[in-house]
Design a binder for this molecule. Structure first.
Ligand SMILES: [Zn+2]
Length: 361
């Protein structure tokens, strides 16, 4: 599926397009602004404009360059996103592993272009810096420059163990090859390495108007959302489409957590097995987020069991549980959360957790 169209940010688009058409586009750009406001999407829009056969201030949307960027398949457009820490210790194999992880994320985004925020543990490590260097050293395939988009650039941690990789990356930022455009994006410019910040031209993206967010939700989300849900999401989004999408993911995670706990309360059997195979558990990066939703639900039930007023609904069966059992269950979820950050198969982890919880609750 192609990326959904970029919404809003018209003055910035105009400014970037005019700079590109007149040959004045800086080699390194830093897009800043609130989370979910469309910084990486704006970077991809710029990449599309640059690779487009047209000469207008907006990409045509139908030439081959446009279509390749919109389907994340352009050979000269490289989109780097935070990925989990490599599992192997060998430096060369780490680079291969990072390339594979990035390719897997892109595969997922081609299938599901409305993506959420990256996992809290993911980063741009030394291996990602090397992937970038490797690609930057190649000649562009097409006539345009090679374009590197680095999302959540504050997670760039090249100095961790290899000053050599950090130095090479900084050199790349300092003297980008003539045929290279680097677009970094961050919601938190203060956490960016100062050496990187000082080498990029900053451009700030503001929040969108509410009708731009609601228009996006109405036109891009299928099956269509009911109107009250759209209104609720727009209120929570505060002008950031990403936040409006996250609100939907939150609801899906809470639903998966509730279904798991209800199945656990019903005891082992096909219902529990079905709950364990639910989609939200299997998506990359979602596993720990759903575990957090399970922990939230158990915590809320514990509040209820201690006589506090509930702030959101929990499965009725949980309210009859002893507070001690609920706290033990919370410990088990925390253990699983920790194991999930390591090299453990999530499905296996979930099966064990389901059994543990069934015993406790
Ligand atoms: Zn085009």
């Amino acid at each position: 599926m192609p990326l959904p169209p970029l919404r809003g940010h018209d003055p910035t688009r105009h400014r970037l397009a005019a700079a590109w058409r007149s040959g004045r586009l800086p080699g390194t750009i830093l897009l800043t602004g609130p989370a979910g406001v469309g910084k990486q999407r704006t970077a991809l829009w710029l990449a599309q404009l640059i690779q487009c056969d047209g000469t207008e201030l907006e990409p045509c949307g139908s030439c081959i360059g446009c279509r390749q960027v919109l389907t994340l398949q352009h050979p000269d457009v490289h989109w780097l996103v935070p990925i989990p820490r490599p599992k192997t210790g060998d430096a060369d194999r780490q680079v291969d592993e990072a390339e594979e992880a990035l390719a897997a994320v892109m595969e997922e985004r081609r299938a599901r272009p409305l993506y959420g925020a990256p996992d809290g543990m993911a980063s741009h490590g030394v291996a990602s810096a090397r992937v970038l260097q490797r690609a930057a050293s190649l000649t562009p395939v097409g006539r345009g420059p090679k374009i590197f988009i680095v999302g959540d650039a504050e997670r760039l941690v090249p100095q961790e163990s290899s000053p050599e990789a950090a130095n090479a990356l900084l050199k790349l930022l300092e003297e980008p090859p003539a045929d290279t455009l680097l677009v970094l994006t961050t919601a938190d410019a203060g956490r960016l390495l100062p050496t990187i910040r000082s080498r990029a031209v900053p451009i700030r993206l503001g929040r969108l108007a509410d009708d731009e967010v609601s228009g996006f939700l109405r036109e891009e989300i299928r099956p269509a959302l009911p109107e009250p849900e759209i209104e609720a999401r727009v209120r929570r989004a505060e002008g950031a489409i990403g936040a409006a999408l996250e609100a939907g993911d939150e609801a899906a995670r809470e639903g998966a957590a509730r279904a798991l706990l209800e199945a656990v309360l019903a005891g082992p059997g096909p219902r529990l097995e079905r709950a364990l195979r639910q989609q939200p558990w299997s998506a990359r990066g979602e596993f720990s987020a759903v575990l957090d939703a399970v922990a939230d639900t158990l915590g809320e039930a514990a509040r209820g069991a201690l006589g506090e007023r509930l702030r959101r609904p929990v499965p009725a069966g949980l309210l009859g549980c002893e507070p001690r059992a609920l706290f033990q269950a919370l410990d088990r979820v925390a253990e699983a959360r920790e194991a999930a950050a390591g090299n453990v198969n999530p499905q296996l982890l979930l099966a064990v957790l389901g059994d543990d919880l069934a015993e406790l609750l």
